[in-house]
Design a protein around this ligand. Structure first.
Ligand code: ITT
Length: 210
């Protein structure tokens, strides 16, 4: 029997990333989104930690659907900005702003920062909450540096300005941003890929026990 789990995200790009990681692991599980599970009010992300916000999202999903629920809270932590935007990543340029406005603001804020100090990391916390109230979290990180201008069309969010330490250069030797990687290349080294893969054994165990 195929089990259903909920991925509590309204970010379509994130959903696709999470879905492909579950698929790659060969799990016989149908992953549903809040849209298909029956929309419920999006909870406010009121915590100042990735763990706190990931748990808020996963708990809301379980409460609304009764399904085992996975949620991700993630963001970009820039060393020269004291670790911000961090949990504020999706709203850095204001509540109504889009990915382009957010990344342009970060670029302006570190305009005068020397190349060797433009270090940053993506962080993802994946939370899994079960209908009987068990809660688990896993953290993944992707260190890298910030480019001086956006490059590439793939990914989402801050991907066009982020060059991961584990990314391989293009054929001409130029470093590639996350937005210049294929989806499988990004998943293999990403913060969310790492956290999700760490979560899979627990998911397998839970589904096996049902
Ligand atoms: P949900 O809360 O519905 O999952 P969201 O996009 O609002 O969707 P977050 O609150 O976790 O998700 O905010 C994550 C933000 O961090 C996201 O909007 C991007 O700006 C940034 N971010 C996270 N992971 C990223 C990635 O892999 N590539 C680029 N930017 C990323």
């Amino acid at each position: 029997m195929t089990s259903q789990i909920l991925l509590a995200t309204n970010n379509a790009k994130k959903l696709a990333e999470l879905q492909s990681i579950v698929d790659e692991a060969g799990l016989t599980v149908t992953v549903v989104s809040p849209k298909t599970a029956g929309a419920y009010p999006e909870p406010a992300e009121t915590e100042w930690s990735f763990v706190g916000n990931a748990l808020i999202k996963a708990r809301a999903g379980v409460a609304a659907t009764g399904l085992i629920t996975i949620a991700d809270d993630s963001g970009l932590c820039v060393d020269a900005l004291g670790g911000m935007p961090g949990v504020r990543s999706s709203r850095w340029a204001g509540p109504e702003c889009d990915d382009t406005a957010n990344l342009e603001l970060v670029l302006r804020q570190i305009d005068d920062v020397d190349e060797d100090r433009r270090t940053a990391k993506f962080v993802s916390v994946v939370a899994l909450v079960t209908p009987d109230g068990a809660e688990h979290t896993w953290t993944g990180e992707m260190p890298g540096v910030l480019a001086t201008a956006p490059r590439g069309e793939g990914g989402f969010g801050y991907d066009p300005i982020f060059v991961a330490d584990d990314s391989t250069a293009a054929d001409d030797g130029e470093p590639r941003t996350n937005a210049e990687l294929s989806a499988p290349e990004k998943n293999a080294i990403s913060h969310r890929g790492k956290a999700m893969r760490a979560m899979l054994p627990t998911l397998v165990e839970l589904l096996g026990a049902r």
